[in-house]
Design a protein around this ligand. Structure first.
Ligand SMILES: NC(=O)c1ccc[n+]([C@@H]2O[C@H](COP(=O)([O-])OP(=O)(O)OC[C@H]3O[C@@H](n4cnc5c(N)ncnc54)[C@H](OP(=O)(O)O)[C@@H]3O)[C@@H](O)[C@H]2O)c1
Length: 183
């Protein structure tokens, strides 16, 4: 599939609210083609409406980062529509309701957090690398947090911190396995 145009195309996960929405807003204001993804269609479409008026309208596509089929559908959409992407911003994330310090947190909370915050972004990156390789300056941006730091980490949200250490430390290993840059 050839590139359909030469403008940069940027995919943002969890773009319907919070930091993800603000990233989309600023990119659209700079004239970038943004694919705003969200797990709930209504929320994603409402967010895209708020962004109308730039050089490119933001596009919406559903994405639940914990759902392999959803990732597959997004990948097909991007291939058909753009033929490439330039940046993947792995922004979506949760702090699960059951959060607690490490020796108290239940494993279901840790699993849920890792599925959403670590394995989902990794799976998505793996699927989108072929499209990133067609981009002019490919990058993967993983949101991290002070809670993932090895120092200055207050330790109250053990599952979240565990995941964020994955985000903080994954760029080096991701970079070694792909020409796409990972930050
Ligand atoms: N806020 C901070 O101070 C801070 C600091 C450091 C790092 N971060 C990181 O920055 C990112 C954004 O933070 P935020 O404060 O903007 O969070 P937020 O307001 O809670 O928004 C989280 C976003 O992730 C989406 N999401 C959750 N689970 C998902 C899934 N399975 N598939 C797809 N999307 C999913 C949410 O969708 P729904 O609307 O459907 O729930 C929402 O769009 C997170 O990764 C967070 O860990 C935040």
């Amino acid at each position: 599939m050839a590139r359909t145009n030469n403008d940069p195309a940027i995919v943002v996960t969890g773009g319907n609210r919070g930091i993800g929405f603000e990233i989309c807003r600023q990119l659209v204001a700079r004239g970038v083609q943004v694919v705003l993804t969200a797990r709930k269609r209504a929320a994603g479409e409402a967010a895209v409406k708020k962004l109308a008026g730039g050089k490119h309208a933001a596009a919406f596509h559903p994405l639940d980062v914990t759902d392999g089929k959803s990732i597959e559908r997004l990948s097909e959409f991007l291939k058909e529509t753009y033929g490439h992407i330039d940046v993947l911003i792995n922004n979506a994330g949760i702090i699960a309701e059951g959060e607690a310090p490490a020796l108290k947190v239940d494993l279901a909370t840790v699993r849920e957090t890792l599925e959403t915050n670590a394995l989902g972004p990794l799976h998505l990156a793996q699927k989108l690398v072929p499209l990133l390789k067609r981009g002019s300056s490919p990058r993967i941006v993983n949101m991290s947090s002070g809670m993932g730091a090895l120092t200055d980490n207050y330790g109250g949200h053990a599952a979240y911190g565990c995941r964020r250490r994955c985000s903080t430390q994954s760029p080096r290993s991701w970079r070694r396995s792909s020409p796409a840059r990972s930050r």
